[in-house]
Every structure is written in structure tokens, then in C-alpha cells.
Write a protein that binds this ligand. Structure first.
Ligand code: PGA
Length: 251
């Protein structure tokens, strides 16, 4: 049985003091949730947010990106060890906004995946199609390539730890959500791709989230789907609604 995992992706929102206020609003609800809860916050908020969550066992802090090298002359970048030392457990990799605005490629995502796993961080790796791809009917082909490249040279034991977030680009921040059936079809397809690469055991173990305008109204039907093991939530993670989402996980 896969434990559900709900992650908030704050993106470039919340100063450290705003972050503390938001966490205090959400903390009690998240502590009582029956799923794993992750707060993927801006780098500068990590120290303050981690402190607020000290002792909360089902809540973890995540980052939204990291560099694939250990250290060195990479101005403006942050390493896995820096995140680890602050108590970070998860890191979002290959979000479509990083791919689109910061030129992240599948190859870079693969290097970051390997580095995160080597350093003991759990990647939340994002995949998903554009509206054009969806209309052309090549969603799964595109995602299969993204996954094969992201997981290149990663063994099954490590692959099992990874969270895959299926995020159709046309649904991110648009208020346009994939229907529960559409999202389930792709998440089941992703599990089949993992099965092809690693076999049944890994495919059954790996957790797959849906992301893209998930909110308090649509979360219940999405999370009821057999291959959807959680959500990656942007806009709705910045308000009290986030607790309605974590609270809707029943098992
Ligand atoms: P959204 O963002 O919930 O605001 O659509 C999701 C994401 O980009 O992770």
C-alpha cells in the first residue's frame, strides 16, 4: 500500500516572515493528516520553516531546485549538502517552469536526480505534456522520453524512493485541471513505463502525484484514483485550503 504524499510548491512566494505565518496557519491540520506532507519552499525560507516543523513527524521540508555538483564556482546555485544540513528531505526537480524559463534539460534533470539520491534527498521529478502535445495525442510518448532520460543509470532501489509528479503544463496555474479520469490514465501510463524499465516491484512501490490546479474542490476525485498517490500543489498551497487537501486523504 503506497502512502499518499501531498506536497505544496510555493514557487517564488513568501518571504521568511510570511512563511512563518503561513506555516502556523497550516501546521495543526497538516500534523493530523493521514498522508505525508511536504512544504517545498524558497531557499531563503527553509531555515525558518524547518524550525517551525521541528518534532512534526509526518511533515517534511523540500526545496524547489538544486545544482548537480557537490560545490564549486556556480554563482547563485545551491548544493544538495547545503539543503541536507538545513534539514531538507525532498527536492523538486525538472519542474516545467524550470525547463521553460531556465533552460533545464532532461540531461540536467538526470544529473540532479543522481546527485540528490547520492546525497540522500528524495527527488520529486516533474513530467508532463504541453497543450500542443496533448492535442497531437503524444502525451505518453513525450512522458516516456522524459522518464527514461530522468532515470537513466539510476538503479531500482533508488528509483523506488523517487516521487514522480505528473503535471500537464496546460493545467499549471490555469485553473484548468485534468479530469480525474484523464489524470488517472496518464498516471497509470507512467506506472507502466516504470514497469517496463524496472519491473513490477518498483512500479508498485513508486509514488506518482498529480499536479496542475489541484484544489479543495477537485482533490477528492483525483486522490480517489488508484494510480494517483498524491498531489503537487501550487496556488492552493499558499492558503488555508491546503489543509482541506491534506485532510481529504482518508487512508
Ligand atoms: P498549480 O501549480 O497548482 O498552481 O497549478 C502546480 C505546480 O506547478 O506544481
Amino acid at each position: 500500500m503506497r502512502k499518499k504524499i501531498i506536497a505544496g510548491n510555493w514557487k517564488m512566494n513568501m518571504t521568511p516572515s510570511e512563511a512563518v505565518n503561513l506555516v502556523n496557519l497550516l501546521k495543526d491540520g497538516c500534523e493530523n493528516a493521514l498522508c505525508d506532507v511536504v512544504f517545498c519552499v524558497p531557499f531563503v525560507d527553509i531555515a525558518a520553516v524547518t524550525k517551525e516543523f521541528e518534532g512534526c513527524k509526518n511533515i517534511a521540508v523540500g526545496a524547489q531546485n538544486m545544482h548537480f555538483e557537490n560545490n564549486g564556482a556556480y554563482t547563485g546555485e545551491v548544493s544538495a549538502d547545503m539543503l541536507k544540513e538545513l534539514g531538507v528531505k525532498y527536492v523538486i526537480l525538472g519542474h516545467s517552469e524550470r525547463r521553460e524559463y531556465f533552460g533545464e534539460t532532461d540531461h540536467m534533470v538526470n544529473k540532479k536526480m543522481k546527485q540528490a539520491l547520492k546525497r540522500g534527498l528524495i527527488p520529486i521529478v516533474c513530467v508532463g505534456e504541453s497543450l500542443e502535445m496533448k492535442d497531437e495525442g503524444i502525451t505518453i510518448d513525450h512522458i516516456a522520453i522524459q522518464i527514461k532520460r530522468a532515470f537513466k543509470k539510476i538503479d531500482a532501489d533508488d528509483a523506488k524512493k523517487v516521487i514522480i509528479a505528473y503535471e500537464p503544463i496546460w493545467a499549471i496555474g490555469t485553473g484548468r485541471t485534468a479530469s480525474a479520469y484523464q489524470a488517472e490514465e496518464v498516471c497509470a501510463g507512467i506506472r507502466a513505463i516504470i514497469n517496463d524499465i524496472y519491473g513490477d516491484e518498483t512500479a508498485e512501490a513508486i509514488r506518482i502525484q498529480y499536479g496542475g490546479s489541484m484544489n479543495a474542490e477537485n482533490c477528492e476525485s483525483l486522490l480517489a484514483m488508484p494510480d494517483i498517490d498524491g498531489g503537487l500543489i501550487g496556488g492552493a498551497s499558499l492558503k488555508a485550503d491546503f489543509n482541506l487537501i491534506t485532510g481529504c486523504v482518508k487512508e
